[in-house]
Design a binder for this molecule. Structure first.
Ligand code: GUN
Length: 279
């Protein structure tokens, strides 16, 4: 029987550990503050932003919300980010993506000070990750490493295949697995013989963005499968990039959707916020 990796439980454990740490920081007079910037009122973004504010409140991190109209100019937004960079009372800055099309997302990300880049999206954070220097880690891949470690799954020396090469998941995932001494392959939509490549994996990480795309033909017996996808199936139920019903029996461990990778992203964002205040 496959082990079902419980991301909800593990993320709760991490948040509880952080809550304790923040309490003792507060007792020593240290306050942590996250600035959360949202442009427009995209319903999905509002849900994410609310969940981030709730997690802050649970852990004892102050959150300051900045809600800007869709019509905000790039200059106004960079102005706000610069003001937050210079505000000593703000530890972390998060600009919720996506931004409206008239705003250059890359420019906004580059405006955030690397010392406050709790999403880990700034090129300086990305560079630090790849050369093994201390810096903010991209939250979803960092959460996946925690899921594996806290489930007792060894990474060192394993064949890891990451399907997907996005800047937010695939690439930082590959860097983090390398740092854990795995042998890493990054596959993507143009990879030839994807089934054969995927079948090499002891640990298969799927962030391909296609609903229930990975079936048991892609999975070696006894592999660990981590599903980063999030979609709605024909019955409007949440599902991932992996066809869970077809794949689960073949694996030694697998993440469900929902309740697998999803809850870990916010837990690791909270960890990055706490990191701004660690000595
Ligand atoms: N939009 C979807 N996921 C994320 C995330 O992790 N960070 C930010 N800033 N925006 C997002």
């Amino acid at each position: 029987m496959a082990q079902i990796i419980d991301g909800k439980l593990i993320s709760k454990q991490i948040k509880d550990e952080l809550k304790e740490e923040v309490q003792s920081m507060k007792a020593q007079g240290t306050n942590i503050c996250l600035a959360v910037v949202q442009v427009g009122s995209d319903p999905a973004s509002s849900v994410y932003v609310n969940n981030k504010k709730k997690a802050c409140s649970y852990i004892g991190i102050e959150s300051r919300a900045y809600e800007l109209a869709d019509s905000v100019t790039e200059e106004e937004l960079t102005g706000l980010v610069e003001q937050l960079n210079n505000d000593e009372g703000v530890n972390g800055i998060l600009v919720q993506l996506p931004l409206p099309s008239h705003i250059d997302e890359d420019r906004i990300i580059r405006t955030i000070s690397p010392d406050k880049d709790v999403d880990g999206f700034h090129p300086v954070s990305v560079g630090r990750l790849w050369i093994g220097e201390k810096g903010f880690l991209s939250c979803t891949p960092a959460g996946i490493i925690q899921l594996l470690k806290r489930s007792g799954i060894e990474i060192e020396g394993k064949e890891c295949v990451v399907i997907g090469r996005s800047n937010i998941v695939g690439k930082p995932m590959a860097a983090l697995l390398l740092r854990e001494n795995a042998t890493v392959t990054v596959a993507h939509s143009r990879t030839k013989n994807l089934k054969e490549v995927a079948k090499r994996a002891d640990i298969l990480i799927v962030a391909i963005g296609k609903r229930q795309f990975i079936n048991s033909d892609y999975v070696k017996d006894g592999a660990v499968v981590i599903d980063v996808g999030m979609h709605r199936d024909e019955n409007n139920k949440l599902c991932g990039d992996v066809d869970f019903a077809d794949v689960a029996d073949r694996t030694s461990a697998i993440t469900p959707v929902p309740g697998g990778v999803g809850p870990m992203t916010i837990a690791m964002l909270m960890n990055n916020c706490v990191e701004t205040a660690r000595k």
